[in-house]
Write a protein that binds this ligand. Structure first.
Ligand code: ADP
Ligand code: GLC
Length: 491
């Protein structure tokens, strides 16, 4: 339980989100919602999760107890809120029950053929409405913290409540997914018609869940300081830069952290051999296992590059595939774990056929394999076109698998180039391209491979990488400060 002492005593935060690791994950959002609420509770904040009652959650919770009946709404015959417990967690969870809309297995946004559900606008409008009603129930949060477009209508519904209401925070994890609604479907969102205005949820005649969150929330955050700047520009704002710039003083970037219990090479049970900064030589044993498992040449001197990613344009996977011949020519190896765009999957498969023994891939999603790859890889390549925060470079740093990244978003905020001259040279922890995705990956790889073969200097970079502090405690302190400020302002 949160402590009752200290300045955060009694501060109540409802954390509205769709994904929570390990129950439901399509990306880094799930990692964040698994780690941040417990980190907030350690600060004495009473943080509680509010999620749609998807099978991934209903299948694992215990002690389910209905606390609010909200009646029929949005095409669901009955909407209710149930309180429950997650296994091995002290974070209370509330489930928004609406069987007709949420009781669908698998991915929360698309059907088994990868097609978006036609009623997503109603499903997530219901979620926003129900979270706002929940906040007006028996347990009253001071702050409702909503995440990504799925929860974008939460701040709008809260703004529709007359009289005292909780303050709202909207966190942008990725501006590329906006939840756009065609004009004909806008009435189905259920909001009062005055909300469908340029000063509101209206977007090119239709509506945007993302815009709604940005427009109506009392405070805005995103997941790195650099991304907070990028999204206010024409190149990074994805059509919302004007609104975001107008809210500049309410927008801050707070870097995500790393869950030290899940991501620690000294204790990670998924690794063949555990290691830490003092026993780095043991890391090579994980490399041997990976090379043998994937038919890569058994060669400890060959730098083993890995990539673990959704295979989509954002992630610059095409740029990575362009440089595969260079990786191979340099005597290095590449192992990719990911799935997504079918054309990229096919190109990747062709590369593995063209370069057996040097390029391998697992097309699919595999959490255990991802850990083994962080444990056994030498370098992790993250050539994203944009990256709000990015987690794989952070996991790479923890596991001394040095990141090679483009200088965007959270990648720019967390990776310090080994050859930079602006800060002390000994602060380097990876390699940063000197231009955007697609311009300089080749020469950056060359620099990384040269450094790899210079054992002493490479070892120093690995030490720097492992000692970097990306704890959730630091992030939770920043969120706590924001919550406190909002609570003061709303009194
Ligand atoms: P995004 O959320 O944009 O996909 P992040 O870097 O924030 O990017 O988070 C991706 C998360 O998903 C990381 O935890 C990464 O390890 C994991 N991941 C991505 N692809 C796979 C995969 N194919 N198998 C296992 N884990 C994956
Ligand atoms: C999004 C972003 C990613 C970020 C994650 C968690 O999926 O694409 O960069 O790390 O959210 O905040």
């Amino acid at each position: 339980m949160p402590s009752d002492s200290g300045q955060d005593a009694g501060l109540r935060v409802a954390y509205a989100v769709v994904e929570v690791y390990p129950y439901l994950k399509t990306g880094g959002l799930a990692d964040v919602s698994a780690a941040l609420p417990p980190a907030l509770r350690k600060q004495g904040i009473d943080a509680r999760l509010v999620v749609p009652d998807l099978p991934a959650f209903s299948g694992v919770v215990s002690h389910r107890e209905r606390v609010q009946i909200l009646g029929p709404a949005f095409g669901a015959s009955e909407v209710a809120v149930a309180r429950a417990r997650l296994p091995d967690s002290d974070v209370p969870i509330y489930l928004i029950e609406a069987a007709e809309l949420f009781d669908r297995p698998g991915n929360p946004y698309v059907d088994e053929n990868g097609i978006e559900y036609a009623d997503n606008h109603r499903r997530f409008a219901l979620f926003g409405w129900a979270v706002a009603r929940f906040a007006d129930g028996d347990w009253r949060p001071d702050i409702v913290h909503a995440h990504d477009w799925h929860a974008g209508l939460v701040p709008a519904w809260l703004a529709s409540i007359p009289g005292p209401r909780p303050a709202s925070i909207f966190t942008i994890h990725n501006l590329a997914y906006q939840g756009l609604v065609p004009a004909a479907q806008v009435p189905e969102l259920g909001l009062p018609s005055r909300f469908h205005d340029v000063d509101g949820i209206e977007y090119h005649g239709g509506a945007s869940f993302m815009k709604a969150g940005i427009y109506f929330a009392d405070a805005l955050t995103t997941v790195s300081p650099t991304y907070a700047q990028e999204i206010q520009s024409t190149t990074g704002g994805m059509g919302l830069e004007g609104l975001l710039s107008s809210r500049s003083s309410d927008l801050i970037g707070i870097l995500n952290g790393v869950d030290p219990e899940l991501w620690n090479p000294a204790t990670d049970r998924l690794l063949e051999v555990n290691y830490d900064a003092n026993r780095l030589h043991l890391k090579a044993q994980n490399k041997v296992v990976l090379q043998s498992q994937f038919g890569l040449r058994a060669d400890l001197n060959a730098p083993l590059c890995i990539a673990i990613s959704r295979l989509i344009e954002q992630k610059g996977i095409d740029v990575l595939l362009d440089v595969v011949p260079d990786i191979v020519d340099a005597g290095a190896q590449l192992l990719v774990l990911g799935s997504g765009d079918q054309r990229l999957e096919a190109r990747l498969t062709r590369c593995t056929e063209d370069y057996p023994g040097q390029v391998a891939a697992y097309i699919g999603y595999d959490d255990g394999l991802s850990h083994q790859m962080f444990g056994g890889g030498d370098l992790i390549i993250v050539p994203s076109r944009f990256e709000p925060c990015g987690l794989t470079q952070l996991y790479g740093l923890r596991y001394a698998t040095l990141p090679i990244v483009t200088p965007v978003g959270g990648l720019a905020d967390t990776v310090v180039d080994a050859d930079q001259t602006t800060t002390p040279p000994e602060s380097g922890n990876g390699f940063v391209t000197r231009g955007p995705a697609g311009t300089d990956l080749r020469s950056t790889l060359t620099r990384a491979f040269d450094r790899y073969h210079d054992a002493t200097r490479y070892h120093q970079l690995q030490q720097n990488a492992m000692s970097a502090d990306f704890s959730w405690t630091r992030a939770a302190e920043q969120y706590a400060e924001l919550y406190r400020r909002l609570r003061r302002e709303s009194i």
